[in-house]
Design a protein. Structure first.
Length: 105
């Protein structure tokens, strides 16, 4: 007997480039710029002790604090992870569009 194909079992036709992917391509440059900014923030967290951090950075304390020379390594790692995620997003958006690939015969 022949098998009945349900909606999920049918082969899908080649889909043209979706509006979502073209809308996300415009975020490449902002993602790269934010990634660079987060790398700079990570370096600041790794290099500067608590009392030398800019006052708007989380973890800033006064010079008279007991842990004024503490470095926020975890904050730096978190900033690097965000930067890497932004770079990965930008990289994947620069790939070929879904509908632009040529078929070989």
């Amino acid at each position: 007997m022949g098998a009945i194909l349900h909606g999920r079992d049918r082969p899908s036709p080649a889909l043209p480039s979706s509006p979502m992917s073209t809308n996300l391509r415009r975020f490449i440059l902002p993602a790269v710029l934010l990634g660079v900014l987060f790398v700079v923030v990570a370096v600041i967290y790794f290099v500067a002790p608590e009392h030398s951090l800019p006052s708007f950075f989380p973890g800033h304390t006064s010079a008279g604090s007991a842990e004024a020379n503490h470095h926020h390594t975890k904050h730096g790692i978190a900033a690097l992870v965000v930067a890497l995620a932004l770079f990965a997003f930008a990289w994947f958006q620069t790939g070929p569009r879904a509908g632009s690939a040529r078929t070989q015969s």
